[in-house]
Design a protein around this ligand. Structure first.
Ligand SMILES: [Fe+2]
Length: 406
């Protein structure tokens, strides 16, 4: 809905877009609460202190940065909404006492942030859809060029990534820097001791004498997450296939949330073991000594899996109560056996130009062994954080809303 001619919607204390779908028809106040009645009958209640704290005016928010420059603890203790009304055009106007300051509120912003009618998700999270080999035979696929050049394709890919934890870009140019360009369409790359970008490639036997990861050999890699040795396990990993002429080396991807959920539904003792007993993860290196303790499956406040910690080849000696040792191993065996089994494991061959983006705290990855004498194999990768994906999704959605907003 556009602002009436000759009018403009008031500023908001952010850079977001707030489509106006409903207009206020009445606003009143008892001093402490401003009550707004909307054209669809909804009644919203806003506290005077909340409205004053979120006023988009220069004493409270910088008009340049939109960050707060005024603080609620500096406001008068007897702050009240002295009057409230609906101005011509549909803005809600509130005059505060004892300041005498009048602030106009954007109706789209005010309606969306109506906290009085139930909790709302102001993070814009996308709920995961768990999958197994039967329900998702291959990652959702997107054309690499379209991903790089078209924001609509980028948004669709990132939404699929949040839902399924994995997407495959096809036909991405096979130059060494392409993975960085793909990553930076989302946000900032996370550096690590394996490098800003890292290579997983067949290498001369001589150079393998100083290899710092099993990945640099040609053996099979059991499904795992990377860097559980860190307090903050990377939220995202990108792997770009530049060349693959070797025999073997099939890609393996597994939804760790689905494996965890299966165990939760089928075996209470194993569930307690994988969510309650901490393993110590330690990297092996002459130069670094990263360590972290965590259970295999870390739960969120609602009791659902938040992250999988399964860098199983970087486990330190188990160091827990004696009574938990066998349960810990039983939990690990159950989880990894399910992850490697046909029910949960997605497999496919990497083709040059394939670029897999996956949630490293949810999706386990691995490979079958390959014959490194049979050809060349080169993957280039990097890490990022989950929050980069969510930030990009929000900004892309903001741009879409702006075209339908006022
Ligand atoms: Fe890995």
């Amino acid at each position: 809905m556009d602002a009436p001619s000759g009018c403009a919607w008031p500023p908001t204390p952010d850079f977001d877009s707030w489509p106006v779908e409903h207009l206020p028809v009445e606003a009143a106040t008892d001093g402490r609460i401003v009550t707004v009645t909307w054209d669809d009958g909804r009644v919203s209640r806003y506290h005077a202190i909340w409205l004053r704290d979120n006023a988009a005016e220069p004493q409270t928010h910088s008009p340049v940065t939109r960050e707060q420059v005024g603080h609620p603890w500096d406001l008068p203790e007897d702050l009240a909404a002295a009057s409230a009304g609906v101005a011509e055009g549909g803005n809600v106007q509130v005059t505060f006492a004892p300041e005498g300051l009048t602030v106009a509120y954007h109706p789209g912003w005010l309606r969306t942030l109506d906290y009085s009618n139930g909790p709302r998700d102001d993070l814009g999270n996308i709920a995961p859809t768990c999958w197994d080999a039967g329900s998702l035979e291959a990652p959702p696929a997107f054309d690499g060029t379209a991903y790089l050049e078209d924001d609509g394709t980028l948004l669709a890919a990132l939404e699929a990534l949040k839902e399924f934890g994995i997407v495959r870009l096809r036909d991405v140019p096979t130059d060494e820097m392409a993975v960085q360009r793909v990553a930076e369409r989302i946000g900032t790359i996370r550096n690590s001791n394996f490098g800003f970008l890292f290579d997983v490639r067949t290498a001369p036997m001589e150079s393998r004498k100083s290899a710092d990861s099993n990945a640099y050999f040609s053996g099979a890699l059991a499904p795992h997450t990377d860097l559980a040795t860190r307090e903050y396990e990377p939220g995202l990993q990108l792997l770009h296939c530049l060349v693959n002429t070797t025999r073997g080396g099939q890609a393996i991807y597994v939804d760790g949330f689905a494996v965890a959920d299966h165990i939760r539904r089928t075996d209470t003792a194993l569930w307690r073991a994988i969510t309650g007993i901490e393993w110590t993860f330690t990297n092996r290196s002459p130069a670094t000594d990263y360590r972290w303790r965590a259970p295999l499956v870390v739960l969120d406040d609602a009791g659902n899996p938040r992250e999988i910690r399964a860098t199983t080849f970087l486990r330190g000696p188990l160091n827990v109560d004696s009574g938990d040792v066998e349960a810990a191993y039983a939990g690990l065996r159950a989880f990894q056996t399910l992850a490697a089994g046909d029910r949960f494991r997605m497999t496919f061959d990497y083709a040059p130009g394939d670029l897999i983006v996956f949630d490293n705290r949810r999706i386990l990855h691995g490979r079958t062994a390959f014959d490194d004498a049979s050809g060349e194999r080169a993957l280039k990768g990097c890490y990022m954080e989950r929050e980069e994906v969510l930030s990009r999704i929000r900004v892309l959605r903001r741009a879409i809303r702006a075209t339908s907003a006022i």
